[in-house]
Design a protein around this ligand. Structure first.
Ligand SMILES: C[S@@+](CC[C@H](N)C(=O)[O-])C[C@H]1O[C@@H](n2cnc3c(N)ncnc32)[C@H](O)[C@@H]1O
Length: 298
């Protein structure tokens, strides 16, 4: 395992992830959102068991970086290019069990920073937003082919924008189609929703589209119960999420499985979500919205 030439993605809450996953020598580890391997490296250093680790990501670039630049496979680590729901189902079918499972959901810095991935209005590029660029509809397809009502609903449900604002945005999108780049979409929104504070008026719409393009909420909702089954007794589950829709799913899942008396399957390790310290925020502002929840399987 080598370090990446330049750190492509700064992992968030590393000390906290390590503390709650509590790696022991020889422990097995499943990282369902391996990204650029920052967390995986910290865990495998402590287990000293790279051959007991499985790293999953749906982004081909991340898997290729983990393989060629970071050299994870040299130690026998298994890399899986897949969305985490399919990967979890397959591992379950194989009868695999793990001592630690990590989900650090959301986007990686290279996904946000590379214009051609089309995630961000800060870097003008094709409106894509697919984490796995080999499959699925792009954000441009959704923007250009959905009805005004469907767009409004997407922006309300997944962007948490008010219905009135979402309606304005959806209407403007319909009038300005075709919209093919992140810059065009951001400008279309800015015209009907002038900037007021620090947050760009297109932020919530971009979040909504990203969630829909990658089917993020269903992926998370359906993976959590399988992840729990994939844990050994005494195994630890850590989930880091980056917006309230995801955190709500994680919170509900953990509470439901921790609070059912004798039949409860989890013990909570965090009553409230853990967030980044001011020290961490000083060198990694993207940790600002990270929320960590952890549980141990009984
Ligand atoms: C915040 S980054 C993870 C960074 C990683 N923990 C590290 O230390 O570098 C999130 C990663 O999860 C991946 N991802 C998000 N949703 C996914 C899903 N449903 N299935 C598989 N990978 C997913 C993204 O492609 C991205 O690489």
């Amino acid at each position: 395992m080598k370090n990446t030439p330049q750190q492509l993605h700064i992992p968030v809450l590393v000390d906290e992830v390590v503390r709650f996953l509590a790696p022991g020598k020889g422990d097995s580890y499943l990282d369902l959102t391996a990204g650029y391997g920052g967390h995986a490296r910290a865990i495998i250093e402590r287990t000293a068991a790279p051959d007991q680790a499985t790293l999953v990501d749906r982004d081909e670039n991340a898997i290729s970086e983990l393989n060629f630049q970071c050299g994870f496979t040299n130690g026998g680590t298994r890399l899986v290019h897949s969305d985490f729901l399919s990967a979890a189902k397959n591992l379950h079918d194989e009868g695999r069990r793990f001592d630690m499972i990590l989900l650090d959901i959301g986007v990686s810095s290279p996904q946000l920073d590379r214009a051609e991935r089309g995630f961000s209005f800060m870097n003008d590029g094709e409106l894509d937003m697919r984490m796995d660029q080999a499959t699925g509809r792009t954000a441009a397809e959704i923007v250009n082919r959905s009805s005004e009502k469907d767009l409004r609903d997407i922006i309300v449900q997944h962007g948490e924008e008010s219905p009135k604002t979402a309606q304005k945005i959806a209407h403007a999108i319909r009038l300005n189609r075709p919209i093919n780049t992140t810059g065009e979409l951001a400008k279309t929104i800015e015209k009907v929703l002038p900037r007021t504070g620090k947050i760009h008026p297109a932020t919530r719409t971009f979040q909504a589209l990203r969630i829909v393009v990658n089917d993020e909420l269903r992926q998370l909702e359906q993976t959590l119960p399988i992840a729990m089954e994939l844990l050994n007794s005494g195994g630890r589950l850590v989930v880091v999420s980056f917006h309230s829709l995801e955190d709500r799913i994680v919170k509900r899942f953990m509470n439901e499985h921790a609070h059912v008396g004798f039949e409860s399957e989890l013990d909570l390790l965090t009553k409230k979500p853990i967030t980044a310290s001011s020290d961490e925020l000083a060198y990694n502002p993207r940790a600002r919205s990270a929320k960590l929840r952890a549980a141990v399987k009984k």
